[in-house]
Design a protein around this ligand. Structure first.
Ligand SMILES: [Zn+2]
Length: 73
């Protein structure tokens, strides 16, 4: 396990939210990210604020472009 960050996608109804730069312990073998319980709670709180409109997309500090593609084989 090494300290790093991860990205979590959260789906709710017609919205997909990405929360980035979440501190996590990363498995050196498979890359799986493990969040501390406090961090998981913070992520949920942040998601709830976003979905309730308390935080707007324009307030996000991560300015990377987000692309969403529907799977097609
Ligand atoms: Zn692993």
């Amino acid at each position: 396990m090494e300290q790093g960050t991860t990205i979590l996608p959260i789906e709710r109804e017609d919205e997909i939210l990405l929360i980035t730069d979440i501190p996590a312990r990363i498995c050196a073998n498979c890359g799986e990210a493990y969040l501390e319980e406090d961090t998981s709670i913070n992520v949920q709180t942040l998601a709830n604020k976003q979905f309730s409109g308390e935080i707007s997309y324009a307030d996000s500090t991560d300015k990377r472009k987000i692309s969403v593609l529907l799977y097609a084989a």
